[in-house]
Design a protein around this ligand. Structure first.
Ligand code: DGL
Length: 267
């Protein structure tokens, strides 16, 4: 007999959340996935809290029509400021952000309590990781660093070689001078630069990506099956061809067909 599989929707400001989808697909091979990348309005990381909250609610409202088992706010910048708005708007729907699982993994991994967080300008300004880490470990000292160039490097595919190494050194050296032993990749794009970041921080610093702990957090919840399929539907708010061209390196596999949609204002 056919079984109902969980239907999980993921949204991000663009292609970056495909790194989160990649992890979720590995954890839930039978789930039915929907992915929305708001490429018409990316980046979220430089926008005001008010604007990001509005965008996040519009994206969540679009996805919510698909009878979901769970929704994932894959964008760190949106998780940092808009998660409560999304949770409040859809009572009864399990909604997951990336900050709490990433912060918990960082707090657990650190011996010294000295933790570095890399993120967009908005994520850093929100202090969301810092607060979430300190809620678990009051003794932890958290240094944050906005790394805007990492987003462009990941989208250009410049993820190895001299250029990303130089950029990573500039961003990471101030954190290394503080003696951090854990660094959090607090942005969907940064996992593509993971090797470069690990090379720059050296083997004694643990690099934490939120996607793995997030997937684990979903397994700890009993997700209700909602779909007889186990496929992937992808939506973008801008040109699907560019989404596919850039996105496949983030997902690590073919995206299939991508549909262009418009997000409606939500009052
Ligand atoms: N997805 C965003 C994040 O994880 C990065 C790109 C952006 O600024 O929108 O914060």
């Amino acid at each position: 007999m056919d079984q109902d599989n969980p239907r999980i929707a993921i949204f991000d400001s663009g292609v970056g959340g495909l790194t989160v989808l990649r992890e979720l697909r590995a954890t839930f091979p039978d789930a039915d996935f929907l992915y929305l990348g708001d490429t018409a309005r990316v980046p979220y990381g430089t926008k005001s809290t008010q604007t990001v909250c509005r965008y996040a609610v519009e994206a969540a409202t679009f996805l919510q029509q698909f009878d979901l088992s769970a929704m994932v706010v894959a964008c760190n910048s949106a998780s940092a400021v808009a998660l409560d708005d999304v949770v409040t708007r859809f009572p009864g729907l399990p909604v997951f952000g990336v900050i709490a699982p990433g912060a918990a993994a960082a707090a657990a991994a650190s011996q010294t309590g000295k933790i570095g967080v890399l993120g967009t300008e908005g994520t850093v300004r929100s202090n969301a990781y810092k607060q979430a880490i300190n809620a678990i470990r009051r003794d932890a000292v958290v240094w944050q660093q906005a790394c805007p160039l990492f987003v462009s490097l990941a989208e250009e595919g410049w993820v190895t070689g001299d250029v990303p190494i130089l950029v990573a050194r500039r961003y990471l050296e101030p954190l290394l001078e503080q003696g951090i032993d854990v660094v959090v990749l607090g942005c969907t794009h940064y996992p593509l630069l993971r090797q470069v970041i690990q090379d720059v921080v050296g083997p004694d610093v643990t690099v934490v990506d939120s996607a793995g702990p997030l997937a684990l957090a979903l397994t700890e919840n009993r997700l209700q099956g909602r779909s007889r399929e186990h496929g992937l539907k992808v939506f973008t708010t801008d040109d699907p061809a560019r989404f596919v061209a850039v996105g496949e390196s983030f997902l690590g596999s073919s995206l299939g067909s991508v549909s262009q949609i418009s997000l409606e204002p939500v009052s």
